[in-house]
Design a protein around this ligand. Structure first.
Ligand code: 13P
Ligand code: SF4
Length: 306
């Protein structure tokens, strides 16, 4: 019964998507049924690149608010919709443009690298943007011996362990990845001694220290495909397990913690996707003065790539 209802919704979405000349983008953490109806499922960098490339008139962004803003920054002439505007990233809300301006005054001449998990206003105050897939490359690209990295202190800490540059931190973090504990990994390693441990760089340092591979979500999908291992402990938001399993039949993926669920990623449902296509709302539109400045930081990142 439930399956029938969902497939009916999926059919209606599909029809309306064609009528509206829309493309549906979904992050790797979205619910399985949202991933299944999306035209493209990916990590933050892939979604930004896709948003820049698509010639659709309407972009339906199934992810969190900063991702839809990034699409609006890159495609000001497209209508960027979000099925639920309450899908924000709690880490992105840990820094405001005003707070960043104040901190910049204490660090004159130090360039700002902002994680893509930030508001458009924060991006507009930054020199260059990065994602988990290219953070080290971006930091290395900056012509300065030191950078201010905002807002994720754990990603900053991971980068600091890989670069000679001095990293000034911001005390932000992802509350979802912070739920993954080192003891969760140790228990699972004892249970699955052959398993490879993958951890997202948003995890805490004691979790990262136990990982065989530290990767963003796109990197995890590639590593799982290419590796000869048959079992993987997955240290990130649990939504990615669906895609990992779908793309790798015969391999086993074990969530590092079933508490690592990003509630805001999950509030997007099939019904809300359908309603936003019907109403062509709610729309995410970055004001032009902020957009132009934020775009400079995002463009610099896109030029660097992965
Ligand atoms: P990725 O860029 O690795 O997909 O990560 C996005 C994110 O929000 C992680 O919590
Ligand atoms: Fe933000 Fe963490 Fe959710 Fe990613 S998982 S969207 S960083 S709160």
């Amino acid at each position: 019964m439930v399956t029938t209802y969902k497939s009916e919704l999926a059919e209606k979405i599909s029809k309306l998507r064609t009528e509206r000349k829309a493309v549906i983008l979904a992050h790797n953490y979205q619910r399985p049924e949202i991933q299944d109806i999306a035209d493209f499922v990916g990590d933050s960098l892939e979604l930004s690149q896709n948003a820049a490339r698509t010639d659709a008139e309407v972009v339906v962004f199934c992810g969190v608010h900063f991702m839809a803003e990034t699409a609006s920054i890159l495609s000001p002439n497209k209508k960027v919709l979000m099925p639920d505007l309450d899908a924000y990233c709690p880490m992105a809300n840990m820094i405001t443009a005003e707070q960043l301006r104040e901190r910049k005054e204490t660090l004159p001449g130090v360039p700002v690298v902002c994680y893509v998990n930030t508001s458009a206003e924060v991006k507009a105050e930054s020199d260059i943007c990065c994602t988990s897939a290219n953070a080290l490359k971006v930091v290395e690209s900056v012509e300065s011996d030191s950078v201010l990295f905002v807002p994720d202190q754990y990603l900053a800490n991971f980068i600091a362990s890989k670069t000679k540059k001095q990293i000034h931190y911001w005390p932000g973090y992802c509350p979802t990845h912070a739920r993954i504990q080192a003891e969760d990994i140790l228990k699972l390693k004892a249970e699955y001694p052959q398993a490879k441990v993958m951890a997202h760089p948003e995890c805490k340092p004691d979790v990262i220290a136990l990982a065989d591979e530290v990767l963003g979500t796109g990197g995890m999908l590639r590593f799982a495909r290419q590796s000869d291992a048959k079992e993987f402990i997955v240290g990130t938001e649990t939504g990615i397990i669906y895609r990992l399993g779908k793309e790798n039949p015969g391999k086993k993926f074990i969530a590092a913690s079933d508490k690592a669920v990003c509630g805001r990623m999950k509030i997007t449902t099939l019904e809300k996707v359908l309603w936003c296509l019907e109403d062509l709302a709610p729309e995410v539109k970055v004001p032009e003065d902020i957009r132009v400045r934020a775009k400079a930081a995002v463009d610099k990142m896109l030029a660097i790539g992965r």
